[in-house]
Design a binder for this molecule. Structure first.
Ligand code: PLP
Length: 390
């Protein structure tokens, strides 16, 4: 029987698809913003479950809600009504100020649904997306994703998608004709290198969509649920999406996704879309607990103030080895002078886990519950590592 941690990671590698480049680290336990490996070593988690752990690991309110629901009912397709789903949907729609919601299981699925709904609603075929945009790996979501190495092996994709530079209204206006069903955009480009929308950009995108009869899909899979200092990041920008896609931290770590449907979309025709696990009571119970925590604690405010203070610190004391700092709230990117991969490795050896965003950007997505001294410790370790890096 295989029992040692080394044997188990070899076993995992031998049976996994191979699609993931795994780090040499086995995580067995998490609490708040701290992760532990097989030897009990402690890591400050600035990966945050790749954005799925805004509330931290094993948040007690989510654990309690899931345990309660697990003992009651775990499976209930949307063939039937369910009281937890009913109340969760109402709470989510209220929070987003949008009338309806379709529940699914991941970010790619949420974007996939949004693209289908846009075609259904407008009767148009084509889409506009942005350069450096990332929207997921299923065929539709991949079609609107920018990175060619992700897309090209899987072509042909879903038809005409026009990619325009992010934060550039003129280029958008030039391609937004009457074949375009929707424009899809992130509020802060995450995977594409941590690029926030400039003030006024999203309002102009919305105005053009309205003027040209296209829908506006706002992808908040990574920026949603308090990450940037408001419940949803687009609330900084004073816009109202027609379709708002959510996932990652939506259910405290359980797999879930959602598409909020605005007034310009309305209700979907029966049987036009569906998902066996979509709206399952376990995910709804977790999602409801997440909303409750975010709406009744200081966590979102905390993301804003902690994030602002780190951003301000690095704006005035940019670490050696970095060219620029960008971000909103606790979504922070340092554009480096060299490759990020070796920096991530050294940080891991120093007890700090972080993410890349492309090859040159160090990305931090710590849980919003991170202790202040842990966050500043991570900041100082990053500075020390970058001082020696390039
Ligand atoms: N959209 C954005 C903005 C994302 O950052 C991601 C994942 O990183 C996705 C969509 C895809 O989400 P998932 O991995 O849940 O399919």
């Amino acid at each position: 029987m295989v029992t040692s941690p080394v044997d188990l990671s070899t076993l995992e590698d031998s049976r996994s698809s191979g699609a993931y480049l795994k780090r040499d680290l086995t995580i067995v336990r998490g609490e708040g913003a701290i992760l532990y490996d097989t030897d009990g070593n402690r890591y400050i988690d600035c990966v945050g479950g790749q954005g799925a752990a805004n509330l931290g690991h094993c948040h007690p309110a989510v654990v309690a809600a899931v345990q309660r629901q697990m003992a009651e009912l775990m499976v209930c397709p949307e063939l039937f009504h369910n009281p937890v789903r009913a109340q969760y949907q109402a709470a989510l729609c209220r929070a987003a100020n949008m009338p309806r919601v379709f529940l699914c299981n991941s970010g790619a699925e949420a974007n996939e649904a949004a693209l289908k709904i846009a075609r259904l609603t407008t009767g148009r075929r084509n889409f506009v997306s942005t350069m450096r945009g990332f929207h997921g790996r299923t065929m539709g979501a991949l079609s609107v994703t920018w990175e060619k190495t992700y897309r090209e092996p899987f072509e042909p994709l879903i038809g005409e998608v026009r990619h325009v530079p992010y934060n550039n209204v003129e280029r958008l206006a030039a391609v937004l004709d009457d074949t375009i069903a929707a424009v899809i955009v992130e509020v802060v480009q995450g995977e594409g290198g941590l690029h926030p929308a400039q003030p006024g950009y999203l309002a102009e995108v919305q105005r053009l969509c309205h003027e040209r009869g296209a829908l506006l899909i706002v992808d908040e899979v990574q920026t949603g649920f308090g990450r940037t200092g408001t419940l949803f990041a687009h609330q900084h920008d004073g816009i109202q999406p027609d379709l708002l896609t959510l996932a990652k931290s939506i259910a405290g770590g359980l797999p879930m996704g959602a598409v909020l449907l605005g007034e310009r979309v309305g209700a979907l025709p029966p049987a036009s879309h569906g998902s066996t696990f979509g709206g399952n009571p376990l995910a709804c119970a977790a999602g409801w607990a997440v909303l409750d925590v975010l709406q009744n604690t200081e966590l979102i405010e905390r993301a804003r103030t902690l994030g602002d203070s780190v951003l301000e610190h690095w704006r005035t004391n940019l670490p050696n080895g970095a060219r620029e700092v960008r971000g909103r709230g606790l979504m922070i990117g340092l554009e480096l002078r060299g490759k990020v991969a070796p920096v991530l490795k050294t940080l891991q050896a120093r007890g700090v886990l972080a993410l890349p965003a492309g090859t040159m950007v160090l990305r931090l997505l710590p849980p919003l519950v991170i202790e202040e001294n842990d966050l500043w410790h991570a900041v100082h370790v990053i500075e020390e590592v970058l001082n020696d890096a390039f």
